[in-house]
Design a protein around this ligand. Structure first.
Ligand SMILES: C[S@@+](CC[C@H](N)C(=O)[O-])C[C@H]1O[C@@H](n2cnc3c(N)ncnc32)[C@H](O)[C@@H]1O
Length: 257
């Protein structure tokens, strides 16, 4: 297993400035359609808002996340729910779940480790249980990634896209190899308005792009971010709001009996 994409998660900042992630996830909860009495695992639950949405619909919802800070914040916000720290690649479940749900978390796991994720999810599900997830899909935030890597390269830093954004064909094949029947898989553009006005892109890079800037001094990092803003402003900033070129992969897969 590789080390994974190291990102420092600031749970307060996440809730304050990036609430759109969970807000968009509400329609994924609709797709999950949790039923009263079902047991649902929220994989990469972050601060737990969607775990709570699932519980509100009558299911018993449990959240797991790799980040201690996210788990702590989720527990404080929703003391009646169960959250624990665990890795998507190696978690185990004592009692099988009816569904595993995951929003905006899987692309943080390196591509090489996804067979392990799929195996862990399959093991956690009862036969016939469903895996309902959304993650960045191929081409996700491509313009932001391209501009950031170019700006870094110009300053002598050779970095790579830190995320795994698979295509429908690639991920469906992996799910099938892991014992799932893919009932639905779709890749779609979802232009996403960033919060915090003119600072939106800088804030987004600060929250999500941490590993891209590893080892850079603060002033150098600020200069890179300013350079990225200059490159993208003409196409992505309308004078008030930055709009990021999100593209999502959403799927529903059922564990074979
Ligand atoms: C953008 S947040 C999404 C959180 C939440 N699902 C939501 O919709 O608001 C991504 C989350 O994935 C978690 N994560 C990343 N890699 C993980 C891994 N290997 N195992 C478990 N959680 C992971 C992070 O800690 C973070 O909380």
């Amino acid at each position: 297993m590789s080390d994974g994409t190291a990102n420092r998660w600031d749970a307060d900042d996440y809730d304050d400035g990036h609430g759109f992630v969970a807000e968009y996830g509400a329609s994924l909860v609709d797709l999950l359609d949790p039923k009263s009495g079902e047991r649902v695992l929220d994989l990469g639950c972050g601060t737990g808002h969607l775990t709570a949405d699932i519980a509100e619909r009558g299911a018993t919802a449990v959240g797991i996340d790799q980040s201690a800070e996210m788990v702590e914040q989720a527990r404080a916000a929703y003391p009646g729910l169960s959250f624990r720290r665990a890795d998507a690649r190696s978690f185990t479940a004592e009692d099988r779940f009816d569904a595993v749900f995951s929003n905006a978390a899987l692309h943080w796991v390196p591509g090489a480790d996804h067979d392990a994720v799929i195996e862990a999810v399959a093991d956690a599900l009862r036969p016939g249980g469903r895996f309902v997830a959304e993650m960045g899909g191929t081409g996700n935030v491509d313009r932001i990634v391209t501009a950031t890597l170019a700006e870094l390269r110009e300053r002598g830093y050779d970095r790579e896209n830190p995320w795994y954004f698979p295509s429908v064909g690639e991920y469906a094949t992996r799910l099938e190899a892991g014992g799932f029947e893919v009932r639905r898989a779709v890749l779609f553009d979802r232009p996403t308005e960033l919060e915090n006005g003119a600072d939106g892109l800088a804030d987004w890079l600060s929250m999500f792009g941490d590993s891209l800037f590893a080892g850079l001094a603060d002033d150098e990092r600020e200069a890179v971010v300013a350079g990225v803003e200059d490159r993208l402003r003409p196409d992505m900033f309308d004078g008030e709001t930055w709009t990021a070129d999100y593209r999502r992969l959403r799927f529903v897969a059922v564990r074979a009996a």
